[in-house]
Write a protein that binds this ligand. Structure first.
Ligand code: COI
Length: 353
């Protein structure tokens, strides 16, 4: 694969710098282009530098674009491991299908990712709780104001050394249950990882933040009755010993950390179910003590305990605002596999050689 070198490398964040999420970017990126006549072509590694786009470029107007989130981890023996990349590529092509974006060749994307990671290995942070976040994205690049699927696209992968997604790290998050705005509806784009889903979530998120909450807990758009997800995380509840997560009804992102947690829980013998969960069931459980734990899962968020929720002006504390034992077990198992401190029993570590 062609590598266009840059003349001067960036300064890396110093050891001990609070990385936060998505604030620093590495020296290089992977790109490939699509045109109707040449399909996907021109795959290469190039300096991660600003690019210029005509202001009539269609993604700026109609948000025809999708992205993914993965992480690379430095292993104790110095190797690089990516967590389940094949799952992200498959989901990205499903998102592409929903957004009328042509299917991309997974082998080229994977080869691009591997070449990029080997080149940028020194950017992988190795402090506890850190990783190199991988952001593959496809945007519509045709210069056109008609509302039609583009005939030109740019695929790129940028990398960002990150710490924890929430400023308060692993401290339990506070969620505000949103019963006016909705994230998605059946038949909409909620199960695709497309740009517009995130733009649509910002108003409610801003209002929640003003009230001191970390995120919004979305309900279904139809009845505003059933719990969906958090936008950056899928949700799990431990209700009377059973681990419950909302079923993938079409409006919820099919998370890869979610899927991994379900597999770990089932193999460890927990009672697990994917079903509809009403917000009434959750708050009733919080009231009578049967709601033992709540947590969110996601690539950026990993496994994040949820300690507080507010619904219709009533506040509920879960597990005394502390991380529960099942949450902790999942956090330790998933991060142990990711950081290479536990055996990879499920074959989830993709070692980059
Ligand atoms: C991820 O977890 O990778 C996400 O894409 C969620 C959010 C940061 C947008």
């Amino acid at each position: 694969m062609e590598i266009i070198q840059r003349n001067v490398l960036k300064e890396k964040p110093k050891k001990g710098t609070a990385l936060g999420f998505g604030r620093f970017f590495t020296d290089y990126m992977f790109t490939m282009k699509y045109t109707a006549s040449k399909v996907w072509h021109d795959a290469k590694i190039e300096p991660n530098e600003p690019k210029s786009f005509d202001l009539a470029t269609s993604v700026f107007h109609y948000a025809q674009g999708i992205f993914e989130g993965m992480k690379a981890f430095l292993q104790p023996d110095g190797e690089i491991a990516v967590f389940r990349p094949e799952e992200n590529w498959a989901r990205m092509n499903r998102s592409a299908a929903r957004m009328c974006i042509p299917q991309f060749p997974v082998e080229t994307a994977q080869k691009g990712l591997e070449t990029l990671l080997k080149l940028e290995k020194d950017w992988i942070p190795n402090e506890k709780g850190t990783a190199l976040y991988i952001r593959p994205t496809i945007v519509a690049t045709r210069i056109m104001l008609g509302v039609h699927a583009s005939t030109e696209y740019l695929f790129f992968i940028i990398l960002s050394p990150v710490g924890s997604y929430y400023a308060h790290g692993l401290e339990p998050t506070k969620l505000l249950v949103e019963d006016f705005y909705v994230r998605s509806s059946i038949g909409g784009t909620g199960e695709a990882k497309c740009l517009g889903n995130y733009a649509a979530s910002m108003k409610a998120a801003e209002l929640a933040e003003e009230k001191g909450f970390d995120q919004v807990l979305w309900l279904d758009s139809n009845e505003k009755k059933y719990v969906e997800e958090v936008g950056s995380m899928n949700m799990f509840f431990v209700l009377d010993g059973e681990v419950v997560t909302p079923a993938l009804v079409g409006s919820i992102l099919p998370g890869i950390t979610r899927k991994s947690c379900l597999q770990v829980l089932k193999e460890k013998g927990y009672r697990v179910s994917e079903r509809r969960i009403s917000i009434d069931e959750v708050v009733e459980g919080a009231r009578n003590g049967t709601l033992q734990e709540a947590f969110g899962t996601g690539t950026a968020a990993v496994i994040s305990p949820v300690g507080f929720i507010r619904y219709r002006e009533q506040d509920y504390t879960i597990n005394n605002g502390k991380m529960g034992t099942i949450t902790k077990m999942l956090y330790d198992t998933i991060t142990g596999i990711q950081y290479g401190t536990l055996p990879d029993d499920y074959g989830w570590r993709s070692i980059i050689r």
